[in-house]
Design a protein around this ligand. Structure first.
Ligand code: GTP
Length: 384
């Protein structure tokens, strides 16, 4: 388990505007999923209403003709696809893949529908170019999708539009060139705006994570603090062990004669010993499973899920030996340190008592038994 670094910022890929680590990106997407779904639903509703609403302009331009009926059909298909997307989002609310699929389908179908409308109303390409610019902005900004997907959809839609305009629009070269340039610029500014927005969201997420980390950890050692232990950690681990009828062990440990270390090497020397001991505990425990808490000044608590008494004792002995085996180097001096350990474990599969209520107290009693019997040793007791 590595010592968490609250100042470390995850790297971002500039063009994709995603975290370079896919684990970080997935965590961010999950964190943002509810907002993304609300935004996507809102966009689908508004876009399909606008799409349907433009039926009026079809009638105004073409009257009641077979072309108008086809256009109405196209618009209806786009609106129905949007409703299908909303239903999919409701069916799989926790799926990032579904959200992306719906966003991409929305871009594909609305882009295709829009191109069909322009082809069927081919006399108004200059006006359609304005709508095309709006469609590009909607793709980049309002449909929450992977930036690369949005960019690909917007660019291919633009290209198809320009080709349609060239083939069917009866435009002079200068008009066609102006439309193409204007739409290329719209793509460029849309991309830049989306890029800034995506980066901003990820910076904000990183800042929130750093702040959360700072609020639950001890600044000197990087271990969890006692407030986090009592507010969340202990209850979470006990409930999980109870639910799945598992063993849970805790180790209370305390550096021996630490006052003497401070007296001899100064407070900073003492701090170096605390940091060394903390990083030993972080290194020898399971990352993402075990928790190391700074319980008091030079007292630490380890919470070890799915660990029986023998497992807890083994870890405590390993830590004890690792600490005593190697002196800590501090400003060209070597500081020898030892610690005492109290282990308590409970098996929720066998225990029907409320013995876990005083688990920490028992570990603390064992720690003082270790201190009283000479220090630099491990004492343990099974609960329940
Ligand atoms: N350097 C440093 N010292 C600390 C910190 N927090 C607590 N201490 C010191 O830790 C020492 C604890 O001393 P005691 O409680 O007497 O215990 P001890 O000397 O370790 O003796 P035993 O626990 O009985 O082996 C005190 O001198 C505290 O000032 C800290 O963050 N940094």
């Amino acid at each position: 388990m590595s010592l968490p670094d609250s100042k470390k910022k995850p790297a971002l890929a500039a063009w994709r505007c995603e975290f370079q680590s896919s684990a970080d990106e997935q965590a961010f997407l999950h964190h943002h999923l509810v907002t993304t779904r609300v935004q996507l639903r809102f966009t689908l509703v508004i876009c399909s209403l606008v799409f349907l609403g433009f039926n009026i302009t079809d009638i105004l331009w073409l009257g009641y003709s077979s072309q108008t009926a086809i256009l109405a059909g196209v618009r209806l298909v786009v609106a129905l696809a949007a409703i299908g997307g909303i239903l999919l989002l409701r069916r799989w609310p926790d799926s990032i893949a579904t959200t992306r699929l719906v966003a991409s389908m929305a871009e594909l179908i609305s882009g295709g529908g829009f191109l069909l409308v322009t082809a069927l109303r081919s006399g108004e390409f200059t006006l359609h170019a304005i709508s095309m610019a709006i469609v590009i902005i909607v793709f980049y900004i309002y449909i929450p999708n992977r930036l690369l997907y949005s960019a690909a959809m917007a660019a291919s839609c633009t290209l198809s539009f320009v080709m349609l305009a060239a083939g069917m629009g009866h435009l002079r070269p200068v008009e066609l060139g102006t439309i193409a340039t204007m739409l290329a610029l719209t793509n460029m500014f849309g991309y830049v705006a989306a890029q800034r927005y995506q980066l901003l969201l990820r910076h904000e997420y990183t800042a929130q994570k750093v702040l959360k980390n700072l609020s639950i950890r001890d600044p000197l050692t990087g271990c969890y603090n006692r407030r986090y232990l009592h507010q969340q950690l202990l209850e979470t681990e006990i409930s999980r062990a109870q639910r799945y009828q598992l063993s849970l062990a805790v180790i209370m440990c305390d550096l021996d004669h630490f006052k003497l270390v401070n007296d001899r090497y100064g407070h900073h020397g003492g701090d170096a010993v605390l940091q060394h001991f903390a990083s030993l505990m972080q290194a020898l425990t399971r990352e993402g499973v075990d928790s190391v808490v700074r319980y008091g000044g030079e007292e630490f608590l380890l919470i070890l899920p799915e660990t029986d008494l023998a497992g807890g004792e083994l870890l405590a002995q390993r830590l004890r030996l690792a600490l005593s085996a190697q002196p800590i180097v501090y400003q060209d001096q070597q500081i020898s340190a030892t610690a005492s350990f109290g282990v308590a474990s409970i098996n929720f599969g066998r225990s029907s008592t409320s013995a876990h209520m005083n688990m920490i107290t028992v570990a603390d009693d064992m720690l003082y038994a270790a201190k009283n019997s000479g220090r630099n040793r491990v004492c343990s007791r099974q609960l329940g």
